[in-house]
Design a protein around this ligand. Structure first.
Ligand code: TXE
Length: 492
């Protein structure tokens, strides 16, 4: 499907300047997206600015009702949206539908937030005086989204912004313009007023950068690469914008000797190869203690070899293609890096995957496992964003925690053990924004905060109540009904 821009309630399709949308399972062009200019972005920001005042004045519960309807509309279009996710970025069917379900969940959750948007009331230090805090919308929010969760991530960013009374301009990834278009259509069908949600396709360098640079956009929420995130942050800094960055991870799964081996293998395979490893929370490192390590290497390697690679919409396929040729090349590059690195052992995969003739133009890579990796190796430190995981051997829990924490990222960590004390110790010691006990590194739910520390982000969180913070300003209100002048800190 062709992607369309939406500016001030008017849809427009690709014109002379356009970007191809490619099915990564076949390499074939399946649509086009408008290649918007800075002028197009400015028109969208103007529309958003005009619309925000009236939208901000709509009672929040009414705004929430529109989001509730959007959830219903998405439920009705779930299969179609899921199919679109699969065709534009390759995810397998169950996960593509899960991507859409995440947006539905977020819409129901943020709809209800319309009846909360809680502030605080608190006693004053002075008599006959009341203190409270209110959330106020910030204005026009610029939302820059990647391709790996092409429906879910636009929803994580736009729905809290909208329920809080902001208007938005979404600049989705070049790869997944159809998904963003279909998502925004659902909001429009639910009754979002013209101009409150605007959608502008284009390249990051042109449309994305123009949105970041626009002086009437006080909020930028960005998910993508570390390098681009830093550039976005620098461009926004002189204007003192609220900037949220979610920049990926190098997530570790710690497996202790007492773990249920078969369960650990299943959790590792799901975390490492779900979405073909193209998740910011992908389990790209496994840190196992000596007593279980060899058995784990053998079972994970066998499990990875057995995974069925192919077209994501084919029943039984567990691993789809990489999103684009450059992503496939990046994986191949890291396999070479791994092979060259001292002592690392390739125990599964390592090559382009063999697929049926109809998919020969696709970007498929075998699920790949490196064993005997040491913590400082590049494959244990850098985000590969593909179906590759690195297994490391450690002596005990303390060493496991040290290795686990020894990367520049801090998004998601997991521990698999039957020992509660060890699990609790790891839970506190992991330097990550998210911890899973008895699971892999993936599985976020929309009503809890999502985000990480260190190189993963800049202190903000998406989802949950914390997800509202970026999109609201706290207003503090003191109401003095004493009838006199009472001076804080002085009249005691
Ligand atoms: O990201 P980019 P890419 C990581 C992952 C992946 C790598 C590259 O390691 O291999 O990043 O992916 C827009 N100003 N993640 O190239 O370039 C761009 O148009 C403003 C992790 O897809 O960061 C797109 O909409 N915007 C990640 C978005 O930024 C700009 C998800 C992301 O693109 C811009 C995706 C600019 N100068 C990739 N340049 C995660 N955290 O899950 C680009 N964009």
């Amino acid at each position: 499907m062709d992607a369309k821009n939406l500016v001030g309630g008017t849809w427009s399709g690709p014109k002379a300047r356009s970007l191809p949308i490619i099915d990564p399972a076949t390499g074939k062009t399946i649509g086009k997206a408008p290649r918007s200019s800075a002028k197009d972005v400015a028109a969208a920001v103007d529309a958003a600015k005009q619309a925000q005042r009236a939208w901000g004045a709509v009672p929040a519960p009414r705004r929430g009702e529109i989001l509730f309807k959007a959830a219903r509309v998405m439920e009705g279009r779930k299969q179609e949206l899921g199919r679109l996710v699969c065709s534009e970025m390759g995810k397998v069917k169950a996960e593509a539908l899960g991507d859409v379900q995440e947006a539905i969940d977020m819409a129901y959750y943020m709809a209800a937030e319309g009846r909360r948007l809680f502030g605080q009331t608190t006693p004053s230090e002075l008599p006959n005086k009341l203190c409270m805090t209110l959330r106020e919308p910030v204005g026009v929010c610029g939302l820059i989204t990647p391709w790996n969760f092409p429906v879910a991530i636009p929803s994580w960013k736009s729905l809290p912004a909208l329920v809080a009374g902001n208007s938005v301009v979404i600049k989705p990834s070049e790869e997944t313009g159809g998904c963003a278009t279909a998502y925004v259509e659902c909001l429009v069908e639910a009754g979002i007023p013209d101009g409150v949600v605007n959608l502008v396709h284009g390249t990051g360098e042109e449309a994305g950068a123009a949105l970041v640079a626009h002086p009437d956009v006080p909020v930028i929420s960005f998910t993508g690469s570390n390098a681009t995130g830093r550039a976005v942050s620098q461009a926004a800094a002189p204007m003192l914008k609220h900037v949220h960055l979610e920049l990926g991870g190098k997530n570790g799964i710690v497996v202790l000797d007492d773990a249920d081996l078969e369960f650990a293998v299943r959790a590792i395979l799901w975390s490492a190869y779900g979405t073909t490893g193209q998740r910011c929370t992908a389990g790209s490192r496994v840190i196992a203690t000596r007593g279980i390590y060899d058995r784990l290497v053998e079972r994970v390697a066998a499990g990875a070899e057995a995974l069925k690679v192919g077209h994501g919409w084919t029943e039984g396929v567990e691993v789809g293609p990489l999103v684009r040729p450059a992503a496939l090349k990046k994986v191949e590059h890291y396999v070479q890096v791994g092979l060259r690195e001292d002592k690392a052992r390739l125990v599964a995969g390592g090559k382009r995957a063999r697929v049926p003739a109809a998919l020969k133009g696709g970007f498929f890579h075998e699920p790949t496992v490196f064993a005997d990796v040491t913590p400082s190796m590049r494959i244990a430190q850098e985000e590969i964003f593909g179906p590759v995981t690195a297994l490391m051997r450690v002596d005990d829990l303390d060493e496991a925690i040290e290795v686990h924490n020894g990367t520049p990222y801090g998004l998601s960590g997991a521990i698999i053990t039957r020992n509660l004390a060890h699990a609790m110790k790891a839970m506190r010691a992991f330097k990550t924004g998210i911890v899973y006990v008895h699971n892999g590194t993936i599985g976020a739910e929309v009503h809890l905060p999502f985000g990480g520390i260190k190189g993963t982000g800049n202190g903000h969180r998406e989802a949950g109540i914390a997800g509202l913070d970026l999109f609201t300003e706290w207003k503090t209100v003191y109401v003095d009904y004493s009838g006199g002048l009472q001076r804080a800190q002085i009249d005691r």
